[in-house]
Design a protein. Structure first.
Length: 144
């Protein structure tokens, strides 16, 4: 399995915007790899089954990880666990021809944190997309 610490090091936006990053097998509902930037959140994230974080005793009815793999698309949901509100993002990834999910969890209990996180994330993603498009355009010019 691709080490999650490698993913986190290559994408510093994760550490800045998320409390917990996990690689999941959405079919087996297993946590395969984990990194957390907060000790308490790491304790919450550390479990064999992905749904254990939510303390419901069963898999999520609205499982975005399974949906992300099935549709090969990114999904975001808001989930409540105890007295906390979390934003969960699920990205499909492929490793050795197997499909997994990179799941990003952020405590957004404070409304201000939630909107700041969304704003920061969308700004950085938009900048990255623009940089990639400019790079592709420059490469196409140099190839002509």
């Amino acid at each position: 399995m691709y080490e999650i610490s490698t993913i986190v090091k290559q994408l510093p936006i994760l550490q800045k915007n998320y409390d917990c990053v996990r690689v999941l097998d959405p079919y087996e509902k297993k946590v395969l790899s984990l990194d957390s930037f907060d000790t308490q959140e790491k304790l919450n994230c550390q479990s064999e089954h992905c749904y254990s974080f939510w303390k419901t005793g069963q898999s999520c009815k609205n499982c975005i990880s399974k949906k992300a793999v099935a549709e090969n698309a990114t999904f975001i949901k808001i989930e409540v666990a105890g007295d906390k509100l979390y934003m969960v993002t699920a990205f499909p990834i492929t490793y050795n021809e197997n499909k997994y999910v990179l799941e990003l969890i952020r405590d957004v209990t404070e409304k201000k944190d939630f909107f700041n996180a969304l704003d920061s994330f969308s700004t950085e993603i938009n900048q990255k997309i623009l940089q990639d498009e400019i790079r592709k355009f420059q490469q196409s010019l140099s190839n002509n």
